[in-house]
Design a protein around this ligand. Sequence first.
Ligand SMILES: C[S@@+](CC[C@H](N)C(=O)[O-])C[C@H]1O[C@@H](n2cnc3c(N)ncnc32)[C@H](O)[C@@H]1O
Length: 254
Amino acid sequence: MIKMESKIINGECLGEMNKLPDNCVDLIITSPPYEDISGAGYNGSKKDILFFKLYSDFVDKLFNEYYRVLKNTGQIFFNVKSKTHIKTLSTPHWLEFLESFKQFKFKSYIIWKYAGSFDSTDKRFHLDYEIIYHLSKSDDIYLNENCGIKDALTSVWYIPHNIKDRIHPTQMPEAVVERILKVASKENDVVLDSFLGSGTTSKVCADMNRIYIGIEINPDYYNMAIERIRRAKTQTQLSAESCPTESLIAINQN
Ligand SMILES: C[S@@+](CC[C@H](N)C(=O)[O-])C[C@H]1O[C@@H](n2cnc3c(N)ncnc32)[C@H](O)[C@@H]1O
């Protein structure tokens, strides 16, 4: 078996995932870009038919690549949200009809609910939630109901967005990643985020002793992610140093 090591890559995810061996990843946690799919070669700001065609072709390739790199016991948590387009709601349900999506077992449809909305209007109900598709390659998956989270296997998660402290426009709260890692992974599992952004997935993996592979196309976000993970690691090292080995042994012996 190939031993995987944690790494953050500045590059385009399809090309970079292509370099990974088959069946090497335990878990994928990711949020694809909602607007700018520079990775798919489309740089226009307007959403037209071409945009949707390019976007769905891109996502199709993405799911095929996820299928290849995931272990048979692997799982995906794929976070997307509805958007408004010409004042009407545009949902991501078309994903479910892609052949590449259908090769997975569609396990759960998680609603991540937060207070407030980025899209408030008095002419429709607020978009105050996002979707997390939970997929797997087989039924042989690890889901730990006794992971310390109350009602760990419920499908509506109330987790606020920390807009105040975020360094990336679509930064995921660490609590979302933490919840997924607690319920669906073990120490030293290999966790891939193909759209790393500011590094949230890999940062929480570093905190929780998971092996992380993060891919981010934008060099500024890549540098942010590297810095965030470096700080997280220093923090872990500092807390270990402030608790000397002797005292750890003493605690174990009691
Ligand atoms: C929704 S954001 C992810 C935010 C991330 N979850 C966080 O907490 O910061 C999507 C990211 O994907 C990056 N991206 C877009 N196309 C990409 C591609 N083809 N390959 C790799 N990264 C890409 C964007 O630059 C953006 O930072």
